[in-house]
Write a protein that binds this ligand. Structure first.
Ligand code: ATP
Length: 683
């Protein structure tokens, strides 16, 4: 392993200039370089004569430059340099767009090797912006066979990168493998040495794939092990305030207006047990929409206060902060508990006052948005931090809030059901509790999809509900990422609906551009049934709770992800009434239809998220909410989900024989883990 630790500056081909460029790419050691994987490959083992070329071919061609460079400056931002290339069978054009340094780069009679895609052009065939190499008479080109393409930086070209890499790979020998032998055999993995050689310079695509599989496996394994180690370390090292006083909890639960579901009871049981311990709780509560997570949070906060401590409740939107503030006040203020609401829109004076009260301990529970993690917020005795909707906050923000107390207990709540395999990675550092039962009396939300031409029918159905005294949401289409455009579209839709379908009713508007006072007023009126139809952008997606609303119309439903549609739909069906969700869509494609069908067929968030993952595949699953995913070099959590499952099986086996993952029987693996995720070592 010595070889891998060597400083990159001692490698042939790395002078001071290249050294600083490599540093830019975060390459300091031989190992860093070896783990700087190709982003792609070009298969240059096939070369063709010019006469054999067809438009669309991706291939290598050899030939001589004939004549001079034809250089054209079309306008600013568009310059073209052309060469004529000939071999014994014919000629073709080589075109470089916007690469001014290609002007006069080649001379008459230069012998070139080119690789790229062949296109038809008015003069016959051409290659646009190919990769190239000038071949001197006594030299054979190094870029033959399957050639790696590296992520690079300006000043360091592919040829130079490859040269350095080749010097390293050629010297690789007797590399110790840190993966346990059993694991290698069982999962049919190749050796580390084979993997590192063949990921860079494979002799066939098959070999590259074998190498890649091994490297993906090891990366996911190290990540999963590291996450478990963080958890184990936290458990052993940090000390929180144990909240052991239990008085009053049972009678508080008894006094609630409803009986807890069995799932809520179980989860509360787990949380209360965690809170009594000296080690900080790190727990995720995953509950489908409307499953009753808020009360779980309230009980945990109540326990913190009963123990003479403070609790903080951080939520992603002001609407939600206000809603929780109201429900907490209702339940807890009569018992003498003091609640504060901290959002970005408080006046300066009010904010100062509130901050003082928090610091002096005159406030027991503080609810807020991002404002809560600002530096100016200091707590008196913070013992519990609850964050709602983990996706929007991300691990880093949670950590900042946690630092404000003395290792407070942490509870994360999310309504986005995530398949277990992914949850183990995304929340690998958390214990997971699931609320999988809905409160009794809930009727399944009837969901129908309608094509745009049937819109009239959707609004007619909504009117029937309004006539029964119920309320409706109309969700406007997603408009790119701009809140301003979205707000404008929502305003127009509101005006149109108020003047047409819903003339006899009060129509309200809610969008992200309104200030929090305006939003609060609208939400209050809607909650009091003084607004009957609420036209809204997706700001209502998370957590809004108005049980009398029974109709949800979503326009342009095809633009939303399934998980998001599920969240939106979850705004209805929160009381005892039969509720409806009408998805108006404008896309007759097979996928769109399939997605609408899933929504019609199931209201189980876990099934929906599995299907969403299947249909939309890789990256889009979490869409913009995808923060917090670890930075991986070669593995892709979505593409390699099957490998991830295998890895998790292996980790479970390891944990069975070695519950604290000390990895003493595997010193190399232990070492690797420690250096890769330094700081996590001290279990
Ligand atoms: N055990 C229960 N029995 C009856 N009603 C309940 C029960 N638990 C919660 N509720 C009510 O169900 C509604 C939804 O609860 P809550 O707002 O906590 O949902 P949630 O899990 O946060 O959902 P979402 O993520 O969709 O906001 C509330 O009106 C709440 O008072």
């Amino acid at each position: 392993m010595e070889m891998l630790k060597k400083d990159i500056q001692y490698i042939k081909g790395v002078g001071p200039k290249r050294l600083s460029l490599l540093k830019k790419l975060k390459i300091y050691s031989v190992e860093d370089m070896l783990y700087h994987f190709p982003r792609d490959y070009e298969n240059r083992s096939i070369s063709k004569k010019i006469v054999e070329l067809q438009p669309g071919d991706q291939t290598t061609v050899y030939g001589f430059v004939v004549g001079k460079c034809q250089s054209t400056y079309v306008r600013k931002g568009l310059n073209i340099n052309r060469y004529l290339l000939k071999d014994a069978t014919g000629s073709m054009t080589i075109t470089f767009f916007n690469q001014s340094y290609m002007k006069n780069k080649f001379n008459h009679k230069d012998y070139l090797m080119l690789y790229g895609k062949v296109k038809g052009c008015p003069k016959g065939l051409e290659m646009v912006n190919p990769t190239y190499e000038v071949i001197t008479p006594n030299e054979t080109p190094i870029k033959e066979g399957i050639v790696p393409i590296y992520p690079s930086t300006e000043g360091l070209n592919q040829k130079q990168m490859m040269h350095i890499q080749r010097n390293i790979v050629e010297a690789l020998e007797n590399l110790d493998d840190y993966l346990p032998e059993d694991m290698i055999k069982k999962n049919k993995l190749c050796s580390l040495q084979f993997a590192l050689k063949n990921i860079h310079f494979p002799t066939s695509l098959q070999q590259m794939k074998i190498a890649k599989y091994r490297l993906v496996f090891e990366e996911l394994l190290l990540l999963q092990l590291a996450l478990i180690k963080i958890k184990k370390k936290t458990i052993k090292q940090q000390k929180s305030i144990p909240l052991t006083m239990k008085d009053g909890i049972a009678s508080f639960i008894q006094g609630l207006p409803f009986r807890l579901t069995s799932a809520q009871q179980n989860v509360i049981g787990e949380i209360l047990k965690d809170l009594e311990r000296e080690v900080p709780m790190n727990r995720l509560v995953q509950g489908d929409v409307g499953s009753g997570k808020t009360i779980v949070a309230i009980i945990a906060l109540y326990k913190a206060v009963m123990n003479g401590c403070q609790g903080a409740f951080m939520v992603p939107t002001e609407i939600l902060a206000e809603q929780h503030y109201t429900s907490l006040k209702q339940l807890l203020e009569p018992m003498g508990i003091r609640i504060g609401l901290l959002t970005g829109s408080l006046t300066k004076g009010r904010k100062q006052q509130l901050l003082k009260e928090i610091q002096e301990g005159q406030i027991d529970i503080i609810i807020g948005t991002h404002a809560l993690i600002q530096e100016t917020v200091n707590f008196h005795r913070l013992a519990l931090v609850i964050t709602d909707e983990q996706h929007r906050f991300g691990v880093a923000q949670r950590a900042i809030l946690a630092e404000k107390g003395d290792n407070p207990h942490i509870l994360v709540m999310t309504a986005t059901p995530i398949p277990r395999t992914l949850a183990l990675i995304l929340y690998g550092d958390l214990d997971i509790s699931i609320i999988d039962v809905l409160p009794p009396g809930r009727k399944e939300i009837k969901t129908h999809s309608l094509i745009i031409e049937e819109k009239e029918r959707a609004y007619a159905t909504a009117k029937k509900e309004l006539a029964l005294g119920r309320q409706a949401y109309v969700v406007c289409p997603l408009v790119e990422e701009s809140e301003a455009i979205e707000a404008k579209a929502a305003t127009e839709i509101k005006e149109e609906l108020a003047a047409t379908y819903f003339v006899d009713y009060e129509v309200g508007l809610l969008h992200g551009k309104m200030n929090s006072k305006e939003k609060e007023t609208v939400m209050k009126l809607f909650l009091e049934n003084k607004i009957h139809v609420l036209v809204s952008t997706t700001v209502i997606e998370v957590g809004v709770n108005v049980p009398n609303a029974t109709m949800m119309i979503i326009e342009n439903a095809e633009r939303f992800g399934l998980a998001q549609l599920h969240q939106l739909r979850g705004r209805v069906g929160r009381g005892d009434f039969q509720s409806y969700c009408l998805l108006i869509h404008n896309n007759k494609s097979k996928i769109a239809k399939e997605r609408m069908k899933i929504m019609e067929e199931t209201t189980d968030g876990f099934i929906i998220s599995e299907r969403d993952l299947e249909i939309r595949g890789p990256g889009e699953f979490f869409g913009v909410r995808q923060h917090g995913l670890p930075d991986l070099k070669i593995a892709n959590l979505f593409k390699h989900i099957k490998v991830l499952k295998k890895v998790q099986g292996q980790v479970e086996e390891l944990l069975q024989e070695d519950p604290y993952l000390m990895l003493e029987q595997y010193p190399l693996l232990r070492e690797k883990l420690e250096e890769k995720f330094n700081g996590f070592q001290g279990t």
